[in-house]
Structures are given as C-alpha cells and as structure tokens.
Design a protein around this ligand. Structure first.
Ligand code: MN
Length: 278
C-alpha cells in the first residue's frame, strides 16, 4: 500500500518529493518499529488528503511513495535531488541516512525534534543504538551542526557531555517561550530534519519504545516543523520510532505520524505561513 495521495507507479518520475519506508528496528531494544512504515501508510488512508487548515488538497502536490529501502544498503542507493521523507524504523536509521547525504554535501546540519537526547556513547553494548544516534551524527558533522528541540530526557552523564557542545531548545523552553524561540537558530542552511515521534505527549503517541511524560501537542510539533521548513533549506526529513506493536488499538500514534507527514509535504510545497491550529 502506497502513502495516501502518492502518484501512481507510472507517474513516479513526475514527482517533486519522494517518500521511502525504512522498516528497521535492529538497533532498538523493544522490537516492532520495523512495522512503522506499513502502519503509517495504512493510517494515511484514514485521513482526508484535504488539509482543512491550509485549504490544501495534498494530492494536488506531486509526491511519490518509492516503497521501502534496506538501511544496510543505503550507501549503495543512487538518490536523486528531490526532497525526501523517510519513514522509520527506529531512530538509529538517521545516522546512515544522514551520513549518505552529508557525504554528498547535500546537508550540513541536523535539527532533531525528540524527547530524548540520544547522546550516549554506547547503550547496551551497541554504539549504533537508537540511544546514541545524535552523538554519532555530531561526531561526523561537528557538534556545532546539531540542534536539539523538544528534549526532556537524558542521563546526567549525557547532559554533562552535551550541554556546552550543542544547541538545545528543550520542551520546557518551548512551553515557556513559545515555539518562536527557535527562530534565532534558523539560518537557511542545508538541513537534515529528524523527528522522533516520542517528542509528542505519550497520551497522543503511546506507540513508542520509550514514552516520556509531558510532551508536545501535535499542534506545537507542527508549528515547529513549519517554522523549520520555512526558514531552513530542508533536503531530507525522517519520522521515526512509531512502534505499532505498542500503539493503542485505534493506532493513534500512526495516525499522528501520517498527519505529520502531510504537514511536511505541505511545508515542502511552501505552505508554511498557515496559522497553528488552536
Ligand atoms: Mn526519542
């Protein structure tokens, strides 16, 4: 099943944007995120493709769901220069993906929206764990090129290591100062945007490996994403950590992730000045 509103296989070449599934959970402790791409595609068909708040019919945009990619062979893929959305998969997929686009000079920084810092040196003897992914990216791209948004959880050790090395706009700052506080950091750089769905409050995104209380609303997350898409040159976005095995019976985590992908497509198409919903 393709993502809702996707161009057909025969029209894929006409696409302006591309969607890929990355069904991997090898670096997660609790398995199930490999089923994320399928569940999010399915959830996308439960939503109207007419975005009411933007008065935008998404299927008028030209995007193509290219199917799934194997994260182990991502370095062998010949990607074109169309803007892309990768649907995970656990968060560790961001490192090989970022590495690929960084090596080709297509991205120079990462902005990550996540409840967790993901800055451990190693986790359960795995240096490529989803709990280490931003540390690996920072080591590759430079600590100055990492911005973390929405964080509300790390170990004391991680915090000590990261606090003076990278730029952080934590969940509390977003709540107290409003999402506009991130604007000062946005400088139209070539950006890899990585979104871990657990940045949302577990009440609306229970289907994640590590639920963290006191998270963002989907409205706040959408406003942050819109602001980034309007003020940075975002080349690649990923949406990770939906675990359908841990989701509610009605699949609300997948539905919110699908809705987020809609927002990213609208943002890619330049619909970024729409007002946040109240
Ligand atoms: Mn996380």
């Amino acid at each position: 099943m393709n993502f809702s509103g996707s161009l057909s296989d025969t029209d894929g070449e006409k696409a302006d944007y591309e969607i890929f599934g990355v069904p991997s959970d090898r670096n997660a402790v609790k398995k199930g995120a490999r089923e994320g791409p399928g569940a999010i595609r399915k959830a996308s068909h439960r939503l109207e493709t007419f975005l009411w708040h933007a008065k935008l019919e998404l299927s008028d945009l030209r995007y193509y769901d290219c199917g799934d990619v194997n994260i182990d062979s991502v370095q062998n893929l010949e990607f074109n220069t169309r803007k892309k959305i990768f649907i995970g998969g656990d968060h560790s997929i961001s490192f090989p993906l970022f590495k690929q686009f960084f090596a080709r000079n297509e991205v120079e920084q990462v902005i990550v929206i996540d409840a967790h810092a993901d800055f451990r040196g190693s986790y359960k003897n795995n240096t490529y764990s989803n709990a280490c992914v931003m540390r690996r990216i920072a080591e590759l791209a430079g600590f100055d090129n990492v911005i973390e948004i929405g964080v509300r959880s790390s170990s004391a050790e991680e915090y000590e290591f990261m606090k003076d090395r990278i730029r952080i706009y934590d969940a509390e700052m977003l709540q107290e100062e409003g999402v506009e506080c991130i604007l000062e950091e946005l400088k139209n750089g070539k950006t890899y945007l990585s979104i871990d769905i657990d940045v949302l409050d577990p009440g609306i995104a229970p289907g994640v490996e590590h639920p963290e209380p006191c998270g963002l609303t989907l409205e706040s997350l959408s406003a942050v994403v819109r602001m980034i898409l309007a003020n940075e040159e975002v080349v690649v976005t990923d949406v990770t950590e939906v675990n359908p095995r841990l989701d509610s019976v009605n699949g609300i985590t997948s539905i919110n992730a699908a809705r987020l992908v809609f927002e990213i497509l609208a943002g890619y198409a330049g619909c970024t000045d729409i007002l946040p919903m109240c």
